[in-house]
Design a protein around this ligand. Sequence first.
Ligand code: BV8
Length: 246
Amino acid sequence: MTTTSDIPEPLIAALRDARHVCVVTGAGVSAESGVPTFREAQVGLWAKYRAEDLATPEAFMADPELIWRWYRWRRDVANEVEPNPGHYALARLAGIVPRLTLVTQNVDNLHQRAGSRNVIEFHGNIFVDRCFADGTEQTADDSLDVPVCPDCGGPLRPGVVWFGEAIPEDALNASWAAAIDCDVFLSVGTSSLVYPAAGLADVAQQNGAVVAEVNPNPTALATGFDFAIGGTSGVVLPELVDFVSL
Ligand code: BV8
């Protein structure tokens, strides 16, 4: 069987036989929708900042107005784009394999808009607002530069997980359990630099799963995986799902 994306036949066979498939996605899955990846140089006003330096509680406390401007810009970007064939392929795969667990590091809601259900949002969701003090979900008054919590009067923050913050317990536990239980683990569109998300592939491999990466730029972890497919998710995933569905 020849494929334009060089998808190895043993991987397709493993997916066809799989009882449980776990997929972890990163910013690369949204790249073909037009959302800049997390570590790509930022554009325009944000070109002079590194995302890692802005996505921290320290940055928010130092300049909440700047951080709200950054997240509102990212919300606008996410709202202006559409899911791409890679997102839709993963939603389709969920209807083909007996069980699929989709864990995303992305905060842009594109998997959900493509029809994926029960998405585990490992790093939260950019469209959720939370009280900075106690993390309760609130509704921001977007007319304010820094929206305030109706309960405590303190600042609200975007409902994402910043560097140095713990992953939401339910998301961490569910992802960990899926990595342990799955037969095939797909790491798609992530640089595998951020932990604990990047550690899930190893958990899967230690528990006997077949592990494959889909990324046009092989990551440092890829050499330890069973397969590394050097292509974009918008091209590879639809083809992979077509072959699995045959
Ligand atoms: C934690 C949400 C502990 C926000 C994000 C010092 C102090 C504290 C912690 C640490 C520390 N040193 C290290 C750590 C751990 C730290 C970490 O891993 N740092 C790294 C940088 C070394 N991790 C944490 O802090 C985590 N928490 O450890 O807590 C703890 C425990 C208990 C109590 C308290 C604390 C929390 C990390 C979460 C950070 N938040 N996002 C926001 O979005 O604003 S992470 C951020 O990186 C995004 O979520 C992003 O998804 C994620 C990973 O990046 P990628 O998705 O991989 O994106 P990237 O741009 O890097 O790569 C894109 C890839 O796609 C590339 O490989 C590219 O080749 C590929 N690609 C491009 N186009 C395509 C494509 N692939 C396919 N198709 C294409 N078309």
